[in-house]
Design a protein around this ligand. Structure first.
Ligand code: SIN
Length: 274
């Protein structure tokens, strides 16, 4: 297995791995713990292999809103057709942060890729937190934020292209709100990192609406700096696994006229804490 870091702060490409081989799991897990985003190149596997690999990390967290893969209710379809405009996951986010216990990790398998584009961007939330000043870190350390699925997947989104085309469904089930510390301690590394994101975080408790919006906007701007980012260029067959407790991600919607099909499995987490 050949592991090559993608950037100075986040992510690695893994060549020569086979996710079907249980004997390689310890090395793959160690790479995941170290780099937070791992790109396992060339995994031409079935949905059953994908599920077996995911279960080595923990129980599957079934997504309530994405269309499932036929015959595999635990696998979410992430799809944009040639004639569609909207991609799923275009905004910076952390999967399932609206759940009381968010998903630990997501495992995305590229099935069909456009001729060009369709990359995924990631941000290291640990690096972003560490680049803040001491007084700002102290201010954020004791705060709690509220996250919600309502505005992103709820009945207000029924008019969206993603809902109308059936890629997103179950809007009436989007009733989850969750409270999480603004800064969490990563259970594997002990590293402190920000745990707020532009798509699902609605406000910080205890601040006025204006204060909360100003602090969140400042943090979101800060986190978007390229120094904290890694970019994954996909080929069909690749698997990228990311740690939702340590990263944000965003699907780049720059491949109009092409189809892009991915299969995503999310894995359950233990409770997160500050
Ligand atoms: C996602 O947000 O989970 C999908 C990311 C992607 O399609 O690149």
């Amino acid at each position: 297995m050949d592991i090559r870091p993608l950037t100075g702060g986040l992510g690695a490409e893994v060549f020569g791995a086979d996710v079907r081989d249980g004997a390689q799991f310890e090395d793959i897990h160690a790479a995941f713990a170290k780099f937070s985003v791992i790109v396992l190149r060339g995994q031409n596997i079935s949905p059953e292999d994908h599920l077996e690999f995911a279960r080595r990390f923990g129980p599957i967290n079934v997504n309530r809103f994405f269309k499932p893969v036929d015959g595999h209710p635990e696998i979410a379809t992430v799809l944009k057709e040639k004639d569609q405009k909207q991609a799923v996951g275009e905004g910076w986010h952390t999967d399932h942060s609206y759940d009381q216990i968010p998903a630990m990790g997501s495992i995305l398998h590229a099935i069909e890729m456009p001729l060009y584009g369709g990359d995924t961007l990631f941000v290291s939330m640990g690096a972003a937190y560490e680049a803040l000043s001491d007084p700002m870190r102290r201010f954020l350390d004791g705060l709690t934020a509220v996250h919600s699925s309502r505005h992103a997947f709820g009945v207000r989104t029924l008019d969206s292209e993603a809902a109308k085309s059936g890629r997103l469904a179950n809007a009436e089930a989007a009733t989850q709100d969750a409270r999480h510390p603004v800064v969490i301690t990563h259970p594997l590394s002990g590293r402190r990192g920000l745990f707020v994101n532009p798509v699902f975080t609605t406000h910080i408790e205890g601040l006025t609406a204006d204060e909360s919006a100003a602090v969140l906007n400042m943090l979101f701007e800060h986190c978007r700096q390229p120094e904290f980012q890694a970019r994954v260029r996909w080929q069909a067959g690749d698997i990228t696994m990311w740690d939702n407790r340590a990263t944000w991600h965003k699907a780049i919607n720059d491949y109009h006229g092409f189809r892009r099909l991915m299969h995503r499995i999310t894995v359950e987490c233990e409770a997160i804490s500050g």
